[in-house]
Write a protein that binds this ligand. Sequence first.
Ligand code: CTP
Length: 396
Amino acid sequence: MTKGKTVVLGITGSIAAYKAADIASKLTQSGIKVEVVMTEPATRFISPLTLRSITGRPVVTSMWELSSEFSIEHVALAEAADIVVIAPATASVIAHLAAGMADDMLTCTVLATKAPVIIAPAMNDNMLNNPVTQENIEKLKARGFIFIEPGYGHLASGKTGKGRLAEIDKILGTIRLVLARSGDMAGKKIVITAGGTREPIDPVRYIGNRSSGKMGYALAEAARDRGAEVMLITAATCLPETTGMQVIDVATAAEMKKAVTDAVKNADALIMAAAVADYQPKNAAASKIKKDNTGLTLELVKTPDVLAEVKGDFVKVGFAAETEDLVNNARKKLKQKDLDLIVANDITDKDSGFGTDTNKVTIIDKSGKIEELPLMSKREVADKILDRVVELLKRG
Ligand code: CTP
C-alpha cells in the first residue's frame, strides 16, 4: 500500500545528510515517489545531483529557482505529500518550525502541509541536550510532529554521545507505519505464522524442514504496510529481524500451538504460513545421544495440528504444500481444518515454495472458487492473499 504514495524528504545541513541518499533510495525502490527539498547548507554536504539521480525527480533547493516545477507554487509540494520527513533535522530547522518561521522552501512546505511530519534530528549532544532545543522538540511533539529519537554513538565532534541520526531502518519503519494508517487493513489484528518448527531429538539435533520463512515474513510485512496490527509468530527462519510488528519466537509445534491459541483470542484473522512438523520424537534425550555401532531408531508421535485445533471467530487461512494433486489435496485440507481460504503451492516447481523469493500459488475458497496466480514475488503473492482477506473481513 506504500506504492504510489508521495514522501517529501527534507534534508538539512548536517554531516549526516549523506545518509538521506540511502533513505531516498530505499523509498524509491519500494515504489514511493520521493520529492527532495534541500536547504542551502544541506547542498554543501551532499549534492542535489545525487538525490536527483536516485529519485529520478527534480530536487528543490530554493524558493526562487524557476526550473523546478514546485518552486513557484510552493504549496503544491505541501499538498502532494502523503508524509513529510526531515532527515537529518538540525537544531536550526527544529527551532524555525517551533517558532512558526517559514523562511525557506522546507519550512514553507512543512508549515503548509496537512500531511503527518516526521523529524529525525541529528546534532551534537550538547545542542540536543540544550533546554532550548528540548523545549522546541516538546513544542512540536505537542503539535503532532513525530520525532525519531537520535541514536547514541560516535558524533562528528569526535565525542561519543546521543545525537546521531537514528538507524535508517528505524526511519523507514516509522515512515511505513505512518503511511499505513490509511491502509485497507488499518485497525485489524492479524496473526501470521512463519518458518519451520524444530522438534528436538537431543540438545544438539532436531527434526526440521526446509521452510525459509520468506512467505510468512512477506505476509507480515505486507499486512503491516496496509495498516494491520501484526503479530508474527515465527519458528526458525534464515531471515533478519523485521520491524513494526509484535514478534514471538517459538521452536516447536507445541510452542506454536500455545502462542497461536493465545494470539487469536482477539484477532480478526489468522494466516498459517509456518511449516509445522507433523511428528516429534516421543522423548527428547536430555543429553547428547552418543553413537555406537548399531543403528538408531527414533519413536515419533504426532504433534498438534495447530490450524485444525485452533477455533474462534476470525478469518482462517492455511497453506498447503503439495507435490501432487494440488487442488484436490488443498480442498481436503480446507474442509478438514475448517478454513476460509487455502493457499496451495506445488513445491516440486523450482521457483516456487521453500527457500525461493518467488511463488506460484492457487487460492481456493470455501465456495470452491479457484484463483490460479502466475509466478510472482512472495511479496506480490502476499498482497494477493491479503486482498482476499480484506474482502472476507468486509463481509464480517
Ligand atoms: N499445520 C498446522 N499444524 C500442523 C501441520 C500443519 O497448523 N501440525 C498447518 C500449516 O501451517 C498449513 C496447513 O496446516 O497452513 C497445511 O500444512 P501442510 O503441511 O500442507 O499439511 P498437513 O496438514 O501437515 O498434511 P500433509 O503433511 O499430510 O500434507
